[in-house]
Design a binder for this molecule. Structure first.
Ligand SMILES: [Zn+2]
Ligand SMILES: [Zn+2]
Length: 186
């Protein structure tokens, strides 16, 4: 088995949704290895996902992406930008889902889907910010409607949250390096 690389997924393997424990025989290529559990009987390996032998649907900022294409379905769906990279639809379908509590919305930037980096806690924002100011990076990355989390999770007198009861999903733009994210909670 080759390296586990996906163009739009650069998070931990353990964050992949539907990942089966242990090793299984892939229902598509017959190889033994790490697999996704697709249904009661079928497993699919990383390589077969990359090859598009099976696909994963994804909810994104600009529509619900399935093998039938991109559909405007939920209220949070924005208009598809005119110059959006259409080849990205095919590639995102060949990308693992990440584990979420309720819903994961794949973010977009520079007319493309962003790369999923993983779940971030407050310390990750401090680490990734250029000046150590995690709060300003958080506010820069997060849409206004979700921006209250940082301050709400900060105990009185503290500099920032130690932890929060939310799952923050971080993404990076493949083109300009911009970081964005969104969160949900149980
Ligand atoms: Zn396979
Ligand atoms: Zn960008």
């Amino acid at each position: 088995m080759g390296e586990i690389t996906f163009e739009y997924y650069n998070g931990p393997v353990e964050h992949m949704d539907r990942l089966a424990d242990g090793q299984h025989t892939c229902s598509f290529c017959g190889q033994l290895g790490r697999c996704f559990r697709l249904d009661q009987r079928r497993h699919g390996c990383f390589e077969c996902l990359r090859q598009g032998r099976f696909l994963f649907d994804h909810d994104t900022e600009i529509g619900l992406l399935t093998s039938d294409g991109l559909r405007h379905f939920y209220n949070h769906h924005q208009r598809v930008p005119k110059n959006f990279n259409k080849a990205a639809f095919r590639t995102l379908l060949r990308t693992p889902e990440y584990v979420t509590w309720q819903q994961g919305i794949w973010l977009t930037h520079c007319d493309d889907f962003m790369i999923y980096l993983g779940e971030w806690k407050a310390k990750d924002f401090h680490q990734h910010s250029e000046n150590g100011d995690g709060r300003s990076l958080f506010l820069d990355m997060t849409d206004k409607v979700q921006a209250f989390l940082w301050d709400r999770a900060t105990p009185v007198g503290a500099k920032g949250p130690a932890d929060w009861y939310a799952a923050y999903y971080a993404f990076k733009c493949r083109h300009c390096g911009k970081l964005r994210g969104n969160w949900d909670c149980p």
